[in-house]
Design a protein around this ligand. Structure first.
Ligand SMILES: C[S@@+](CC[C@H](N)C(=O)[O-])C[C@H]1O[C@@H](n2cnc3c(N)ncnc32)[C@H](O)[C@@H]1O
Length: 286
């Protein structure tokens, strides 16, 4: 690679900066004509769902808990998160997007917005009760960056804390790419298996939302206490752990991520007509 070739992180930053210049909402809505009120409603609904999941798997009570939102964008979800969690921290690698988040969220004493390097999160180990990442990883073309974020999320989680990341199933290539269409790298079961084997933490759930027009799946992990994690990691090395559909706890999704949003007419039409792609998470790499 020539000395001055842009790094993957530079290309990522450029992609999101340009998107931000084109779209008031940095590409996070499916409908460019969406009103500000709809944008807020959309964010509230999705954040509500993510908080519901955290509560259902037994996360620490909101009033004493902290959340880290990785790739927080303009704060669509971080703002509603901050109305429930005692501490709400958003990281994003794009400073201009973080400026927009500052405008959108306004002055809330429990919110921190921090620029990161596109790979790591600048916080000590065991800092957060909930580490969330939504609408980000499906755009990341480098599998090492994606899996690095899983490791980083687990590192900064407190023992007993919950990690919840969403990944789209339309990710086509194993490696992903940034020529033309931006295609996120594909996570397959063995990636997650390796992560769990190494770290000894627990898979809580993998599920997809049947109403989501962009079919994606969510992966929830729970951080184990250090002793339990070390023991599990040793046991798994001796007897490799297989992730099968029966080894995860299915969670029922009530209706759909975007339910009851009457002004989302286009989106609703898309649900009605669109064929869903099957979730192929359990397949092995080619
Ligand atoms: C589609 S937006 C989603 C924003 C927010 N999570 C939401 O759901 O509203 C994706 C955001 O992720 C950020 N992003 C993309 N790749 C990233 C990376 N490798 N590290 C940190 N942030 C990243 C972008 O700058 C952008 O703000």
């Amino acid at each position: 690679m020539p000395m001055d070739a842009p790094s993957s992180a530079d290309l990522d930053e450029k992609y999101w900066r340009e998107l931000r210049e084109k779209s008031a909402f940095a590409g996070i809505t499916l409908d460019e004509s969406i009103s500000f009120a709809d944008f807020a409603l959309y964010g509230d609904r999705i954040a509500g769902r993510q908080m519901d999941m955290y509560r259902r798997v037994g996360g620490r009570p909101f009033g004493e808990a902290s959340i880290l939102d990785i790739g927080c964008g303009v704060g669509r979800l971080l703002k509603p998160f901050s109305m429930h969690f005692a501490r709400a921290v958003g990281v994003d690698m794009n400073e201009r997007i973080l400026d927009a988040a500052r405008d959108y969220i306004g002055d809330r004493v429990n919110v921190e917005l921090v620029k990161n390097d596109g790979r790591t999160v600048p916080f000590p180990d065991n800092s957060f009760d909930y580490v969330f990442c939504g609408g980000v990883l499906q755009h990341v073309p480098d599998i090492d960056v994606i899996m690095g974020y899983f490791r980083e999320g687990l590192r900064v989680l407190k023992p007993g804390g919950v990690l919840n990341y969403s990944v789209m199933v339309w990710m086509k290539s194993r490696k992903g790419g940034i020529e033309g269409d931006r295609v996120g790298a594909k996570i397959v079961a063995s990636d997650l298996e390796a992560l769990l084997n190494d770290t000894g933490h627990l898979l809580t759930a993998i599920f997809s939302d049947p109403q989501d027009p962009n079919p994606h799946f969510q992966i929830m992990l729970r951080k184990s206490a250090p002793f339990a994690a070390a023991l599990r990691s040793i046991k798994r090395r001796i007897s490799p752990f297989e992730i099968t559909p029966s080894s995860v706890t299915p969670m029922k999704v009530r209706t759909g991520t975007f339910e009851d949003l009457p002004s989302y007419t286009k989106l609703r039409a898309q649900w009605a007509s669109g064929k869903r792609k099957p979730v192929t998470f359990f397949s092995r790499p080619d």
